[in-house]
Write a protein that binds this ligand. Sequence first.
Ligand SMILES: Cc1cc2nc3c(=O)[nH]c(=O)nc-3n(C[C@H](O)[C@H](O)[C@H](O)COP(=O)(O)OP(=O)(O)OC[C@H]3O[C@@H](n4cnc5c(N)ncnc54)[C@H](O)[C@@H]3O)c2cc1C
Length: 442
Amino acid sequence: MLTIAITGAGPVGLTLARLLLQSSISSQVNITIYEKDASRTSRHSPGGTLDLHPPTGLAAIKKMGLWDEFCKYARFEGEEMRICDLNGTVYIHQTEAPPIEGFEARPEIDRVRLMEVLLESVPNEIIRWDRAVKEVVHEGDRWKLKFEDGSVEGPFDLIVGADGAWSKVRKALTDVEPSYAGICGISGSIDKESAGDKWEHISGMVGKGNNFSYSYGQSAMAQRMGDGTLRCSFYARREREWIEDLKANHDGDDVALKRVLLEKYKDWIADFKQWIVAAKDLWCAPLFELPVGHRFEHKMGLSLCGDAFHLMSPFAGEGVNAGMKDSLDLAATIEKAVTEQTELDSAVKAYEESVFERSVKFMTETLVNKTTMYAQDAPYPFFGVIVGAIAKETGYDLKKGWRSYLPVTRTVYGVCWMVGTFGALRRRITDMLRGKQEAIAV
Ligand SMILES: Cc1cc2nc3c(=O)[nH]c(=O)nc-3n(C[C@H](O)[C@H](O)[C@H](O)COP(=O)(O)OP(=O)(O)OC[C@H]3O[C@@H](n4cnc5c(N)ncnc54)[C@H](O)[C@@H]3O)c2cc1C
């Protein structure tokens, strides 16, 4: 019997467990998930909404046999998206995805619903709640888990770290730790009650999906949740000390945090300030990431998947998708090695090499998005990135042939700059005609 310990009952750890449990080798593996949360209901933050992508997150859902369960909560209409700026100029309004037959869409699902689907899909007995791993310890040629309470379990044939950003398993593989991503913010939620008579208007700006607004290194973003409420966030490129100070002094103090935000967003149109006024349950959120191209030496008996392997900021929406793809590949790797009775360790090493290669792509995309979304002249540079990404995805290689002489991204930048400048002018004239913008305070 192969003993496998998975640290972390997040989406990635649960996906790996489910895949192994329903594989052809299920009777030959003994799987235990060790999770630091006290119970399946103890997580205090319900989290936002995630869009799952066809080749990664959705492929894992399908392989796990959870498509029907997933579809009960998935929101295909949640693909509606507006990209705007501080003047309220709408540059892109994607209404809904093309007619949707299963996999080509990128449906949204509340994180809490995805977790429910995954938790339901594995027997509760394999999850050991309230077991915070402190470190992995070597014993002979195998590894054990040492917990915060001092107890030790193992040894195991394989320990897979799916314990997220601050993985304890990763510590045994590398000294590299996540660093501050340069972007931080304040997040919260808005509902009918907190928004009062502004609800219809705020809700209309978001539609069924998302409103992502960027200008001068700041963003205001809102996402529709499954219950109709909105998850909002106000991120910016700032020093880490700024958010740490705020966190230390004002976390949980909605009024103080809203005052800070209103000052930072004073140049934005009143609509966004209304988001701030309507927001509740605010918290401070610095973002962290591992360096692009980060690698570690393989060690027999250990591996990683998900954020533990390749933590990224959320600006390409790839984190959970890339992580579920890791689980898909690692489960297939283990199944093949056991079935064919080949050496598990070299198979796991090959899995890690494939993730190193893949994650460079996701992490680079995330970094480019982050840089352009939070550039001083945002949102214009980001549109060039979008056009480039669409061209690439559709197989249209802009680097080849006479078309490579077309300065496509600069043209897109120029057009968007003109649209933005016209929007700013229109706003000035409207403000002038209406008198000065109404003062908004909390
Ligand atoms: C603001 C924000 C928005 C995001 N939006 C998106 C998005 O739209 N799309 C997308 O794809 N991704 C998004 N992400 C990223 C996504 O949330 C992560 O990539 C994903 O949750 C990773 O899953 P995971 O299972 O690897 O890690 P996690 O979800 O972090 O789960 C790790 C689990 O391990 C447990 N754990 C931690 N430490 C220990 C320990 N010492 N011992 C035992 N258990 C432990 C934790 O309690 C948790 O249950 C976003 C992230 C953030 C911060």
